[in-house]
Design a protein around this ligand. Structure first.
Ligand SMILES: [Zn+2]
Length: 111
């Protein structure tokens, strides 16, 4: 079976071991911000291309990519800090990205 997230071989599982590791690290670092999350990912034995495919995968079809989920969490934290009670979700982050407003917001910084 192919991994539903990155497309690599996943044996009998829906997700390959690397994506399960990435998912666990993301859950453990929720709200930590994108740069810190990328550093945590870098400590795993997962190729950078596979990390990118993981970030661009939609765990639930139409529900936004993992990158969208992370962007939505960051937006909520920011708005929360400003005293705004909102619930930016991954699907609306995806819509914003699709129209180009957040084009570079959640991209890996230049090295
Ligand atoms: Zn995978």
């Amino acid at each position: 079976m192919r991994c539903r997230l990155c497309g690599e071989r996943a044996g009998l599982r829906l997700w390959c071991r690397q994506c399960r590791d990435l998912w666990a690290v993301w859950q453990a670092n929720r709200g930590a911000g994108f740069p810190r999350l990328l550093r945590a990912f870098a400590e795993l034995d997962v190729a950078r291309e596979q990390v990118e495919r993981f970030l661009d995968a939609e765990p639930k079809r139409g529900g936004g990519t993992i990158r969208d989920h992370i962007a939505a969490e960051m937006a909520n934290q920011l708005l929360d800090a400003l005293g705004q009670k909102t619930s930016q979700d991954a699907a609306s982050a995806k819509r914003l990205r699709d129209v180009g407003n957040w084009k570079n917001y959640d991209q890996r910084p230049e090295e």
